[in-house]
Design a protein around this ligand. Structure first.
Ligand code: TXA
Ligand code: MG
Length: 349
């Protein structure tokens, strides 16, 4: 699809602007809006033609379903079969960076769910998203606002880069808090959930609240040719910069030594601040990008997609090395996005 629409970009939207954005959504338009995770590209979820436009604007495969965004978890029962497990998750973590998969009710069009009989429900906590959804007073289907195959958008300039000329309106809400997409859970029984995509609601947080968590294989491993992930989107090589990403797994000294020896002018290193000071023996023309302090893994998660986008602005960079992160707490989300960006290329040292 060639960009041809005039996209209205609204910096610091007023209440009136949000009402206008809501009216646009209700009339079948496409509006990009900020959430606490990443920017979303919204359309009315009850309007099949509007939802279809999302796939076109993103260049997204039509079997990859969209998430239903609601102003309040109590609305979920209008569109999905809610369960005790959902009620418990909602009371603990909604509004917030969590998506729950439930059996869908018939009024949700197949276009939204990619033909599945389930629907993904999310209630964002971002005030602008919440206000917009309140004004729409119905479900808004919204995938991440990036073009398919690009890293998710964590600030408005990414959205403009990917969507200007393809959608009706972009609401600027500044930087997203988390910078990684929501945790996706599939309830198995009253207190067991399957983790389909890790995010800021971590396995540890769920376990502390009495849930048993089963990891879907697609979170950490490459699936075989004939295997289907439970979240269809997990099969696509998202988050991928044009350069080849290679993850290094091993004792820190070996990772540092490998980077020092192998990195050249065509190489970028994606490092924590601490590791940055350790790779002092690198050639001078190596690009070094900082994810932030080692202990501040929320910040690392926050910076990851922005750095992956930055890499695409430097065609001279052909290779990227990063250390494989630990998988506890928010580390699992970072690990998942990095292994996907690398196409599961992990070098054991
Ligand atoms: O944080 C987020 O979740 C952001 C913001 C905008 O809310 N949205 C987002 O949407 O990341 P998207 O479309 O980029 O990712 C949605 C993921 C995909 O992997 C999709 O396959 C999965 O959710 N999904 C959606 N509906 C599903 C369903 N019924 N069953 C299983 N997976 C589903
Ligand atoms: Mg996405």
């Amino acid at each position: 699809m060639e960009p041809k629409l005039v996209t209205e970009i609204i910096h610091s939207p007023t209440d009136r602007d949000l009402r206008r954005a809501a009216a646009l959504l209700c009339a079948g338009g496409l509006v990009a809006f900020p959430t606490e995770t990443v920017y979303g590209l919204g359309a009315s979820a009850l309007d099949e033609a509007a939802a279809a436009k999302i796939y076109k604007a993103k260049g997204r495969p039509s079997d990859n379903p969209l998430i239903l965004h609601l102003a309040n978890p109590s609305q979920a029962s209008l569109y999905a079969e809610v369960s005790l497990c959902f009620e418990k998750l909602a009371s603990l973590f909604m509004p917030g960076p969590l998506t729950v998969i439930l059996p869908k009710k018939p009024l949700i069009p197949d276009t939204v769910t990619g033909g599945l009989q389930t629907v993904a429900i999310r209630v964002p906590v971002h005030p602008m998203a919440h206000q917009l959804l309140t004004y729409v007073a119905g479900p808004v289907a919204a995938p991440s606002a990036n073009r398919s195959g690009r890293p998710s958008c964590t600030n408005v300039s990414h959205v403009i880069e990917d969507m200007n000329g393809r959608i009706d309106m972009i609401l600027d809400g500044g930087d997203c808090d988390f910078g990684l997409e929501s945790t996706i859970l599939l309830p198995v029984d009253d207190h067991t959930v399957k983790l389909l995509r890790p995010g800021a609601i971590t396995v540890e947080m769920l376990e502390q609240n009495g849930f048993s968590v089963v990891l879907d294989k697609a979170v950490t491993q490459k699936l075989g040719e004939n295997e289907q992930p439970l979240a269809p989107g997990m099969k696509y090589r998202h988050y991928a910069p044009k350069a080849e990403v290679i993850l290094l797994d091993g004792p820190r000294e070996r990772v540092v030594a490998y980077m020092e020896q192998q990195a050249d002018a065509d190489t970028a290193l994606l490092l924590t601040d601490e590791m940055k000071s350790e790779v002092s023996g690198c050639k001078p023309d190596v690009t070094v990008l900082s994810l932030g302090k080692e202990e501040d893994r929320l910040m690392q998660a926050h910076r990851l997609f922005t750095l992956l986008r930055t890499l695409d602005e430097h065609p001279e960079i052909r290779r990227v090395y990063a250390a494989l992160p630990a998988t506890d707490n928010i580390g699992l989300a970072l690990y998942n996005r990095l292994v996907k960006a690398s196409g599961y290329t992990v070098l054991r040292l």
